[in-house]
Design a protein around this ligand. Structure first.
Ligand code: HSE
Length: 436
């Protein structure tokens, strides 16, 4: 059978990886796919740079439309990232009867519903394994491996850059800026690294996983997002003293009241595998009612790890190319007419445990006042310690862990605590998950 013909949009970190993996492993990939997979055209902004990378083996253009509308291509691989022009190009490719493979989580989180509708109407596939968790086949696991289960929750380290920064800061004492610069050099960071640091990238990914897990449309706009930018070294240290590590987690949970969707720094008990995922590695925990908790671990960013997922999608699309569209795996795991609308919970409706750090005057009665306010709002203290004031200081840090409490109650209680004269700075609050 003649090879399936692929057009590549973008030759950045992931594009180069995809090109190299396809070249290097073409024989084993052909044996698996049942036919060859050939990159027949590449579109890039910088022609000279692209020619240096791919030589004369493949036609190169700087007109992205030449790939998207090329009647000789079967699949368009979109690796340019961002929402525009990626959205327009992907929709154009679909309109021109092409399957699409993309690693673009921002695009799918924001425009996925529109793109999947368009693909369904045209009977083409949109595959996106590389959009979440880099090389980890988490989309396949959720869409296919776990179809027997009612998924209860997902919690994951799904941004390699922020995890790399947290690990570096802890292990080597590197500054935030140095660690971020290293992540950029290694090709982990987004074009705009603020998305890695402020939680947006992780929110794009957990929004996609949430839809696949619960059979709902993708709702990135419903996500609560908090990044690692304002984490203090002191909190990382105190968390360790209490037996926890701080990780940026994407969490989604189906509760009787609706769906939680949130990204924030989280205290994770050190004994959990997830707490020991370091560097740019990603890990996703999935709780299914039948299987229990499963964990998927691997490189979450980088050139060839992400290319591994892109090429796996190319093989899947090649295998299913001639199948009846109704027999293919649905984009969001559930049949399109079986998606349901569920309420999305605001962060105020979240029930979780907390870490608080309070800078207080070191004098009698302070703790009693704080404890009374917490009790008034049904917030029960699980552990507490006070850091000895430095010599000559009459201030101290009070660190506490709470049992589960409603975020709305916590917000009100903390406002009252911060109004006490003896509480000298805004209270630092980090959410905590036992992941049991
Ligand atoms: N910037 C992303 C990360 C790349 O650091 O995880 C993979 O999506």
């Amino acid at each position: 059978m003649k090879p399936i013909r692929v057009g590549l949009l973008g030759l950045g970190t992931v594009g180069r990886g995809t090109f190299n993996v396809l070249q290097r492993n073409q024989e084993v990939i052909r044996r698996r796919a049942g036919r060859g997979i050939e990159i027949a055209m590449v579109a890039v902004r910088d022609l000279a740079r692209a020619r240096a990378l791919v030589g004369d083996s493949v036609p190169v253009t700087d007109r992205l439309q030449d790939v998207v509308r090329n009647p000789d291509l079967d699949i368009v691989v979109e690796l340019i990232g961002g929402c525009e022009p990626a959205r327009a190009l992907v929709l154009d490719a679909i309109a021109h009867d092409k399957h699409v493979v993309t690693a673009n989580k921002a695009l799918l989180a924001v425009h996925g519903n529109e793109i999947f509708d368009a693909a369904r109407q045209m009977g083409v596939m949109v595959a996106f394994e590389a959009a979440v968790g880099g090389g980890i086949p988490i989309i396949k696991a959720l869409r296919e491996g776990l179809t027997a289960n009612r998924i209860e929750w997902i919690a994951g380290i799904i941004n390699g850059t922020s995890n790399f920064i947290l690990s570096r800061m802890r292990d080597t004492g590197a500054s935030f800026e140095t660690a971020l610069a290293q992540a950029q050099e290694l090709g982990y960071a987004e074009a705009d690294p603020r998305f890695d640091v402020n939680g947006t990238d992780a929110a794009h990914k957990i929004a996609i996983l949430s839809a696949i897990a619960f059979g709902v449309p993708i709702r990135f706009d419903a996500a609560y997002i908090e990044g690692i930018g304002s984490l203090a070294a002191a909190d990382i240290r105190y968390a360790e003293q209490l037996g926890y590590r701080i990780k940026l987690l994407g969490i989604t949970r189906l509760t009787p009241g609706g769906v939680e969707l949130r990204v924030h720094p989280t205290l994770v008990p050190m004994k959990r595998l997830l707490a020991n995922v370091e560097g740019a590695m990603n890990a996703v925990l999935v709780k299914g009612d039948a299987v229990g908790t499963t964990m998927y671990y691997g490189p979450g960013a980088g050139s060839e790890p992400t290319a591994s997922a892109v090429v796996a999608d190319l093989v899947d699309v090649t295998r299913m190319h001639t199948a009846d569209p109704d027999d293919r795996v649905p984009h969001l795991a559930f049949q399109p007419d079986a998606l349901v609308r569920l309420p999305w919970l605001s962060i105020e409706d979240t029930l979780t445990s907390y870490y608080f750090r309070m800078r207080v005057a070191d004098q009698p009665g302070v703790l009693a006042d704080i404890a009374r306010i917490l009790a008034d709002f049904h917030i029960s203290i699980d552990a507490l310690f006070q850091r000895e004031p430095a010599q000559g200081e009459n201030q101290a840090d009070v660190i506490m862990l709470t049992h589960e409490a409603l975020e709305r109650d916590v917000n009100t209680a903390l406002r009252r605590i911060e109004a006490l004269e003896t509480v000298l700075a805004p209270v630092i609050r980090i959410r905590q998950e036992s992941l049991a």
